[in-house]
Design a protein around this ligand. Sequence first.
Ligand code: NAP
Length: 286
Amino acid sequence: MSASSLSGRELAASIRDETAASAAAQATAGTPPQLAIVVATDDESSAWYVRSMAKAAQQAGITCTIHDLGAEATVTAIGGKLTGLSADDAVHGIILQTPLPAAAKGADLASLIAPGKDVDGANPVSLGRLAGGLPAFAPATAEAVLAILEHYEVQLSGKLAAVVGRSTVVGKPAALLLLNRNATVTICHSRTPDLAGVTSGADVVVAAVGRAGLVSAEYVKPGAVVVDVGTNVTADGGLTGDVDAASVSAKAGALTPVPGGVGPVTTALLLRHTVLAATGSLQSPA
Ligand code: NAP
């Protein structure tokens, strides 16, 4: 048996097309959507991501402004920038790029992003609203996990799901979104004993760890659906996931590829969120 590949590319393209049409309509109506990305790092992979995000935004007809404050930026400077962008009527979406300078506390800074412009769900208020079932922008990566499962019509209601990773940007919100779909969710982390024992009982496994190949065949039950969120840079500069694709694809029913799975859908959803923010609409929880 070989797992079917749950590519995110086709879904991402359809979200981008739909978003571009909405962005064009908003521009015609006099409100061209604008996304601001605040950067305070000289990390190369972060710079690559910001460039590709800006290109994707421009292709969708969304103005993207990059506010590069430099790796030495003070917490006050970053906070001031976020506060200013939150108050700027011409700006509809704000992303605070990571990593941040060592002195900065991500959650404190993200709290300065107006929730209506918090297109990557970074403000703790957004996560709280998500938990409470209130309209909010979910972190785009977590939402991408659900969007892929929905696109491929994976049944979630009444199923057992295991999420490996409990970060506020991926693991926790992905678990909340799965719970909203009536899955029974176990959240695993670095102190979870017998991780393979837990994940191998699940119908759906979401790997969001940041450790290349951690989830191997013994972590997966036959026929399970596996979503690989991991993006780990290999020695030759390529990208590999948290799932050992070679062994898992011989046992799972379906698996998202890396690259080409969660990543492109995440980018497309950030653009969709920006266009929604420009219309003043927060999303209902997915
Ligand atoms: P993170 O903040 O470092 O969190 C990693 C989580 O994995 C933590 O909860 C940690 O547990 C857990 N963990 C670490 N080692 C483990 C182990 N051996 N067994 C079980 N759990 C373990 O990472 P993140 O920001 O959530 O990102 C996770 C991955 O997703 C990374 O590869 C990242 O690059 C990728 N990512 C991809 C996208 C995309 O668009 N495709 C976007 C964002 C992130 P503790 O809490 O106990 O430390």
